[in-house]
Design a protein around this ligand. Structure first.
Ligand code: FES
Length: 77
C-alpha cells in the first residue's frame, strides 16, 4: 500500500528504511526522498514509525533501560 502516492513511497519502503535505522518521521522522510508533505502521508508515517518503535519502548519497560530514548537522541550503539 502506498504511504505517499505523490512520491510512490510504499509501506514496504518505509519499513525498510526503519529497519535500516531511520528512527523518526523526519529521518524516514529523508531516507525515502519525501519532502514535507500533506497531512495524509504524515499521519501514515507517524503510525508506521510508532508501530516499529513500540517494541523498543516495551523492552524499556520490561528491562528498565532507555533503548527507545537512546534511539530518539541518537546515542544507541
Ligand atoms: S501523500 Fe504525497 S505528499 Fe502526502
Amino acid at each position: 500500500m502506498y504511504v505517499c502516492i505523490c512520491h510512490a513511497v510504499t509501506e514496504d519502503d518505509v519499513r525498510g528504511r526503519i529497519t535500516a535505522g531511520a528512527a523518526s518521521v523526519k529521518e524516514v522522510r529523508a531516507a525515502c526522498g519525501m519532502p514535507p508533505g500533506c497531512g495524509s502521508c504524515t499521519k501514515r508515517l507517524c503510525a508506521l514509525v510508532s508501530e516499529r518503535r513500540a517494541p523498543d519502548l516495551l523492552a524499556d519497560d520490561l528491562s528498565g533501560t532507555l533503548a527507545g530514548l537512546d534511539a530518539e537522541v541518537g546515542t544507541a550503539a
